[in-house]
Design a protein. Structure first.
Length: 417
């Protein structure tokens, strides 16, 4: 009875979900575009017969998967990809990637997880395998797809906090779908938690986080080759920018450091401009091709897909979502770019990476909100050459990750042939 109840609740929630999309479209018009795809209507034509459906929920997951997607296309010339996401920001990234091989890549939003929508969607796509990433466990999708093809969960993670919630409220709902999944977990702890929820032990392998894989990004356009020393606050949320700007005003500006704020949601630009001005700084918007003109400038990175390209321009990166209870964001892009990194105590979404990084000299966990400025200064004054050498040794420990993920997916593709 639990799955029909879940489906009924989804149908009841759909009008409110639509209202939320329309509300969000006031700050980002893309939220009201292609809404029909979310109901498995007006889908694009398939680009190939041997199609793998690959779901990346948003920008971070897609960028992590991008080297893997390129490897799949290069190694299997007959393979076509149908890539889905749920956010306009993720869609923009996928559409740009689609242009590299439009005859082999198709893109749409993933429909809402009702049996009717998923059956219609899968009948149209006719995938040979379905690949989900990280925590994207959609019961009706998994059960509908499993009738005709294997379903994989790659780069899978499950925090202790999420396990408690799932176990308490959704174990009965997830038991059957999880029993049919093939899972590539990030760590042994993730594997044990997923097994507790119902994934058979024989269906689980362990491969380190795909985000350890270096994914170089081009240098941003219209940026001078030389400039002031910079620190960046990356993927920030409301409740964090106040502390960031206070640290810049009280300590870091005097040390000659300039600040870039990259909000997790770029549509918050107006809110951030106001906050920056309240702290005595002049906001400059990247969307207007702005750059630092004076010591009191703060650059707001309000464009999509450019964050990774800005990391090499900065000396220190603070990783957002960690000063508030959001579980943090991926610090590895910054590490790959040679940045020293710091984050708050809420990093449960990247717990294994956090546990490794705090043992490294180029990373710090911030003791308190008030110590953010002191931590940034401490990292900034480290010896640059020594830090880069240690970062390179850290990165080189994970050189085979892409090949291991590729082998896991290929084994599933072979099951479907």
């Amino acid at each position: 009875m639990i799955r029909p109840l879940y489906t009924l609740l989804l149908y009841i929630a759909l009008p409110f979900v639509l209202i939320r999309l329309l509300w969000k479209s006031h700050s980002n018009a893309d939220y009201r575009r292609r809404i029909s795809e979310r109901f498995a209507r007006h889908l694009p034509a398939r680009s190939g017969e041997f199609t793998v459906l690959f779901h990346t929920v948003s920008v971070g997951e897609f960028l992590a998967a991008k080297p893997l997607l390129n490897a799949l296309l290069a190694k299997h010339p007959s393979l076509a990809l149908w890539i889905t996401c749920t956010t306009p920001t993720g869609s923009a990234q996928i559409q740009a990637f689609q242009q590299t091989q439009p005859e082999r890549i198709t893109h749409s939003y993933l429909p809402y997880d009702t049996p009717a929508f998923m059956r219609r969607f899968l009948h149209h796509v006719r995938p040979k395998a379905v690949i989900l990433m990280e925590t994207e466990i959609w019961p009706n999708l998994i059960l509908a797809a499993n009738h005709s093809c294997p379903v994989l969960l790659i780069n899978a993670r499950l925090s202790a906090r999420s396990l408690r919630g799932y176990y308490r409220f959704a174990k009965a709902l997830l038991a059957r779908p999880l029993s049919q999944l093939y899972v590539n977990a990030q760590t042994e702890q993730d594997a044990r938690r997923l097994q507790t929820l119902g994934v058979p032990k024989a269906h689980i392998t362990i491969t380190a986080n795909l985000k350890y894989q270096l994914n170089p990004q081009p240098r941003p356009e219209n940026i001078p080759e030389a400039g002031p020393p910079i620190w960046i606050a990356a993927s920030t949320h409301p409740g964090e920018e106040q502390a960031i700007l206070t640290a810049q005003r009280d300590q870091l500006s005097e040390a000659g450091l300039r600040l870039i704020i990259a909000p997790r949601h770029p549509e918050r630009r107006a809110e951030l401009c106001k906050l920056v001005s309240q702290h005595g700084f002049t906001p400059r918007l990247r969307s207007q091709n702005a750059w630092f003109q004076g010591a009191k400038d703060v650059l707001i990175l309000d464009t999509l897909g450019e964050l990774a390209g800005f990391f090499p321009l900065t000396q220190v990166a603070f990783i957002g979502g960690s000063l508030i209870p959001r579980g943090g964001h991926n610090p590895l892009e910054a590490v790959h770019a040679g940045c020293r990194v710091c984050f708050g105590s809420s990093m449960y979404n990247f717990q294994a990476i956090r546990d490794e990084l705090v043992e490294q000299p180029f990373a710090r966990e911030i003791d308190s909100v008030g110590s953010l400025g002191t931590t940034i200064l401490s990292l900034y004054h480290q010896d640059g050459a020594d830090t880069k050498a240690k970062q390179q040794r850290y990165i080189e420990r994970h050189q085979q990750i892409l090949e291991q993920h590729l082998a896991f997916i290929e084994s599933a593709i072979m099951m479907s042939t």
